[in-house]
Design a protein around this ligand. Structure first.
Ligand code: DAH
Length: 366
């Protein structure tokens, strides 16, 4: 069977781009564009095999796989060639000559029989893999990704979220305060490492007009003693949607769709009433246990795993940013990336994510 046109096109485009790639970083970018798990052109080609007419499927599958191997080989070769090439004058290291040679600039012969240099491309961290999956799902739903400061002020972390000084809900997150720059002589210490990404709700609404549709991923900090499930630094993703006629049904539908894409399509999702100062009503969201059907040690024999907190944005929060709570409603959620990664990859100890042990990290996709 002649080569499928799609295969030829991807090869031609790849070769052209690879020919232009002149640094390890550029080669890595080309690799991502073709072999990336989410958006790679070859990955898409392999996925399209399933949709091809039955009689064409086998050949197309073989051709796509052959192309994948060809591309992998070409990337390794190109990396070797780039690594061996003389450093361009502009990027020369101080104290080193651009190529082996004597003071008069004559080059020494190169021993072409020496073994090539090992090119280590590395892996993405499991928490990055999960974060990017969450980002892909929400950008697919039209959400924008925003980031904010990890050193936060009391106002954005607590007060504007309806947690004034002395509010008991602060206790759970009483945390790591900084001496400067905002410690006020009276009142609570003003600067802290953010305890959650919820402050991004405030920061975004303060500077943008509704409607709002964002997720805000990032690191958060708490004064927790490390154990299997606690780390003083971990990662969250905040979600916020505000507009006219936004209801709890929208929250439910969106989170159900999100969790089924993130875990399995038949995952069951349960909402249970809860309390957060910045939402009313509030709900804890559970998914059916990923390990068992009828109760195991992980779900404490309940069959459910708590996965995130959510609710309808409290009117006081909308007021704090100058939005009209009579006209606008919204919902929000916060989810822990580490917890999702623990469940998805069956990692038993959250600390493993921060130990930098290559034996763990090398098990994850590029
Ligand atoms: N900020 C909460 C936490 O860190 C999570 C959360 C709960 C975020 C409810 C929300 C929400 O936006 O509506 O535990």
């Amino acid at each position: 069977m002649p080569e499928a046109p799609a295969v030829g096109e991807v090869r031609a485009a790849f070769l052209a781009e690879l020919g232009q790639a002149a640094s390890p970083e550029q080669i890595q970018e080309v690799r991502n564009r073709y072999l990336g798990r989410k958006r790679g052109a070859v990955t898409a080609l392999l996925k399209s095999v399933a949709q091809a007419p039955p009689e064409a499927r086998r050949d197309l599958g073989q051709q796509a796989n052959a192309l994948k191997r060809e591309i992998e080989r070409a990337l390794v070769e190109r990396s070797g060639a780039v690594a061996a090439a003389p450093t361009p004058a502009g990027r020369q290291q101080p104290g080193r000559s651009a190529r082996p040679g004597d003071a008069a600039g004559r080059s020494e012969p190169v021993d072409v029989t020496l073994p090539g240099r090992d090119v280590r491309i590395g892996n993405r961290h499991p928490l990055t893999v999960v974060r990017e999956e969450i980002e892909a799902i929400f950008t697919g739903l039209g959400f924008e990704i925003v980031e904010g400061p990890e050193v936060e002020d009391d106002y954005h972390n607590f007060e504007a979220l309806n947690m004034p000084p002395e509010h008991p809900a602060r206790d759970m997150q009483d945390t790591l305060y900084l001496e400067s720059p905002l410690r006020t002589p009276a009142g609570p210490p003003g600067t802290l490492l953010r305890t959650h990404t919820s402050g991004m709700q405030i920061r975004y609404m303060e500077t943008h007009e509704p409607p709002v549709r964002i997720i805000a991923p990032g690191l958060v900090y708490r004064r927790d003693t490390p154990d299997l499930t606690h780390s003083p630094m971990f990662q969250q993703v905040e979600g916020l949607l505000v507009g006219e006629n936004v209801t709890m049904a929208d929250l439910k539908g969106t989170l159900e769709s999100f969790l089924r894409q993130l875990f399995e399509p038949d995952t069951r999702v349960m909402f249970r009433p809860s309390f957060f100062p910045y939402t009313e009503p509030s709900a804890e969201v559970f998914i059916s246990c990923v390990f068992c059907r009828d109760g195991c040690a992980v779900c404490k024999r309940t069959g459910w795993l708590e996965i995130l907190g959510s609710g309808m944005v409290h009117p006081a929060v909308l007021e704090a940013v100058g939005y009209d709570p009579e006209r606008l409603t919204g919902w929000a959620f916060g989810v822990g990336i580490d917890r999702i990664a623990i469940l998805k990859y069956r990692v038993e100890d959250i600390r493993a994510f921060y130990d930098n042990d290559l034996r763990l990290l090398e098990q994850f996709p590029l």
